[in-house]
Design a protein around this ligand. Structure first.
Ligand SMILES: Cc1ncc(COP(=O)(O)O)c(C=O)c1O
Length: 375
């Protein structure tokens, strides 16, 4: 999390970064890898519920698509990702020239910031919004404007005011559902928000978890507003986090700009083929959604029984309130269960838990019970 001070940065001697704010950045904190826990604590039977990955893996159809590429690895991928874009165009009912592919959706968030935000500009995002937005402001030497959250979610009225108060705002980032809180905005609220901000402000809807809330559909915004971008990923419900594929939907003019900024081969040959196969298997996504919903209900019941408060989530993770979260997190790690502490978000009393499959969730709850009882 970006909490380190400039004084903690290594000395660059005579060198200086492009912006002082880069020195305030701390590397993005990823969920602890399983191998690291095994190395550190000697635990082998590890359950990782820390990075909102899909515990069911990916569609079996992806394996064949990947295998077909293995003889072609000496060749660069299609730099335009034609077949994946064609499939996405059919899937989202948008013209192919409105699509930009990314090395994960994080790549697209980065490309968006680099394309539109200079050091005199501002980026608006919510308190408890996905941490990468504030990092992007620092990377661009721009002003990051964090708007206080409302019941852990986006306060769109306050965000609209922040845009009105800061004429240099270039991008508003909105994660829907939001990570780490799992909150979801109603489409009507989002429509009103987009309609109320100047057309010179890009509204980026980060829909990394949208497959888990199919009732939310904001795709129509793109038909009406040229300043809306929707960013999605194959890392979550599609189960391809290890391959790094994401996409952005926008006006053709914005896509044209993003495609100039992105690296020529930013999605690998294997990634392109795997994503197209994953997209074609929507019955797998339905199964994932159903399993997640059932397991989410089960976890909610367990938290209720343990007297732990949680935030109702529209994604594949849930935030649970727990006293001395850092101590509990450490005890969970020592017993081979990886969840995500949220200190970097200023949520010291909360842990974020990815919804696993039944066996993993049972292990989490059993371990949690034993820790809480032992206290
Ligand atoms: C809200 C949100 N957006 C974007 C991302 C980036 O994911 P990826 O780069 O794997 O697509 C994440 C990952 O955790 C996320 O939670």
């Amino acid at each position: 999390m970006p909490s380190s001070k400039a004084s903690q940065a290594k000395s660059l001697n005579a060198l200086t970064p492009a912006y002082d704010s880069i020195l305030e950045l701390a590397p993005y904190q990823t969920g602890k890898p399983v191998e690291e826990l095994t190395r550190e604590y000697g635990v082998f039977d590890v359950v990782k519920l820390a990075s909102n990955e899909n515990p069911m893996g990916c569609s079996p159809k992806v394996t064949l698509a990947i295998t077909e590429q293995l003889g072609e690895l000496a060749r660069y991928p299609d730099g335009n990702g034609y077949y994946l874009k064609q499939a996405l165009s059919d899937f989202t009912n948008i013209s192919i020239d409105c699509i930009t592919l990314g090395n994960g959706s994080n790549d697209l968030l980065d490309i968006l910031a680099r394309s539109f935000v200079g050091s005199k500009d501002a980026i608006v995002y919510s308190q408890y919004g996905f941490v990468v937005y504030s990092m992007l402001a620092k990377m661009q030497g721009a002003t990051g404007i964090e708007v206080p959250a409302q019941r852990f979610g986006h306060d769109l009225k306050a965000m609209r005011q922040a845009v009105a108060d800061n004429a240099n705002t270039k991008i508003v980032f909105i994660a829907n559902p939001n990570n780490p809180t799992g909150t979801l905005l109603q489409s009507a609220e989002l429509y009103d928000f987009v309609a109320s901000v100047p057309s010179s402000v890009l509204v980026v809807l980060d829909e990394a978890y949208i497959e888990y809330s199919p009732e939310s559909n904001n795709r129509a915004l793109l038909d009406e507003f040229d300043n809306v971008v929707i960013v999605r990923t194959f890392s979550k419900a599609y189960g391809l986090a290890g391959l790094r594929v994401g996409y952005a939907l926008s006006s053709p003019a914005v896509a044209d700009l993003l495609n100039r900024i992105r690296q020529p081969f930013n999605v690998s040959r294997v990634g392109l083929a795997a994503a197209a196969a994953a997209l074609a298997d929507q019955s797998f996504i339905s199964e994932v959604r159903q399993t997640n919903a059932g397991q989410m209900r089960w976890l909610e019941k367990q938290f209720d029984a343990l007297g732990l408060a949680f935030i109702k989530s529209s994604a594949n993770f849930i935030m649970v309130q727990i006293e001395e979260a850092a101590v509990i997190n450490q005890a969970l790690l020592e017993q081979g269960v990886i969840v995500r502490p949220l200190i970097g978000y200023g949520l010291e009393d909360w842990l974020r838990v990815t919804v696993g499959v039944a066996e993993e969730n049972t292990r989490l709850i059993d371990t949690l019970k034993s820790i809480l009882n032992a206290e």
